[in-house]
Design a protein around this ligand. Structure first.
Ligand SMILES: CC(C)(COP(=O)(O)OP(=O)(O)OC[C@H]1O[C@@H](n2cnc3c(N)ncnc32)[C@H](O)[C@@H]1OP(=O)(O)O)[C@@H](O)C(=O)NCCC(=O)NCCS
Length: 330
């Protein structure tokens, strides 16, 4: 007996995006009260002028909810139409159940399939790949994907090699069926051998045993070389696999890891002058899975990018993992 199968929409596209930033602004002057550094050094090495950390009453859950509400409002569908919720986070400290089922319930996406993924700063592009594939396979119709992080909780404020970099925030997107293609094939992968170059200093069991708290430790130079070499080449592959050239792009929205990494990628990609480049790291720092949808929301809100524009997105980070696509902006 042959099993039945299902097929879904011919294509998918992003219908709406949203963002949520915590209220507490931490500028470089405040940062230099924690570490031996300077505003000039931080700006020059990363581009960061200030970052956001959660304040009293704010959490990865409230950020995920607020970004989702904005994305749903911008998508023109109702929460009840969402049948898939994927949350990418490395800073939701409740091991089980995940954040996604709770979020689905809170938003009114009743009964939606819901799960968390852990793909660090590549998480948004990983979730885009999954939502797109599941919609085309007929396993979902409207997906809510969320990158939500409170990396401030995993940052050692005495570590001058990381403290200035990491930040909090959430970004979300609704992806739905489409008659024209709005999401290219994904280019993605991992390099577990490079994993120790950004990692949590200990696991939770070890932390409890030692009465300690884990932080994210980083070999900045290793990550820098990998991102500006291997990942930049992967970005070129995204273009090739989409059948586009750099001239076809309107916007480049890489993970907001570091402005110098973005600059090095720009040189490799040889992007023409008309391509708008996301720089939200300047005001929001590196908020991991949240950074791409936050930057996208902001570029659309300020008019720097517009609906229908063609954008290259690429995420990369702890794992090491990376993923990129070309998408049509909602
Ligand atoms: C983190 C990063 C900014 C550090 O810059 P770097 O040039 O590699 O820094 P180094 O550790 O080599 O130190 C260079 C100098 O800066 C100094 N320095 C290091 N951290 C400093 C700080 N926070 N403030 C001021 N000076 C600092 C060092 O003491 C050293 O001084 P010296 O030349 O007098 O010896 C850089 O490696 C980087 O951008 N890496 C990528 C990280 C990233 O994006 N991660 C997220 C990926 S998701």
């Amino acid at each position: 007996m042959a099993l039945l199968t299902r097929t879904g929409a011919p294509y998918s596209r992003i219908l709406g995006v949203g963002k949520a930033l915590p209220s507490r602004v931490v500028d470089n002057e405040e940062m230099c009260t924690y570490i031996d550094s300077s505003d000039e050094w931080i700006r020059k090495r990363t581009g960061i002028v200030e970052r956001r950390w959660v304040a009293e009453g704010e959490s990865v859950e409230t950020l995920a909810r607020d970004a989702s509400l904005e994305a749903i409002a911008n998508s023109g569908i109702s929460a009840a139409d969402i049948d898939l919720v994927i949350v990418s986070t490395v800073s939701y400290f409740h091991q089980t159940p995940g954040l996604a089922p709770k979020l689905a319930h809170e938003l009114g996406a009743v009964g939606a399939a819901a799960y968390d993924i852990s793909a660090a700063c590549a998480g948004f592009s990983y979730a885009v790949a999954q939502a797109d594939a599941l919609i085309r396979a007929g396993a979902a119709t409207h997906a809510l994907i969320v990158g939500a992080e409170t990396l401030s909780k995993l940052t050692d404020l005495s570590d001058r090699s990381t403290a200035f970099l990491f930040a909090d925030g959430a970004g979300a997107a609704v992806i739905g069926p489409s008659e024209v293609n709005g999401v290219s094939p994904v280019v993605w992968g991992s390099d577990g051998e490079g994993g120790p170059s950004i990692q949590q200093t200990m696991d939770w069991a070890g932390a409890v045993q030692d009465n300690a708290w884990p932080y994210i430790a980083m070999d900045g130079q290793h990550v820098f070389r990998w991102a500006t070499g291997f990942v930049a080449t992967a970005a070129l592959d995204v273009l090739a696999q989409s059948g586009l050239t750099a001239d076809d792009l309107d916007a480049f929205i890489p993970h907001q890891a570091n402005n110098r990494i973005t600059d090095a990628m720009l040189r490799q990609l040889k992007l023409p002058k008309h391509v708008k480049v996301a720089r939200s790291i300047i005001r929001y720092g590196n908020n991991s899975a949240a950074s791409i949808p936050i930057a996208m929301s902001e570029m659309l809100a300020t008019g720097e990018a517009k609906s229908g524009d063609t954008a290259l997105i690429i995420g990369f980070g702890a794992g090491l993992v990376y993923a990129g696509q070309i998408i049509t902006l909602p």
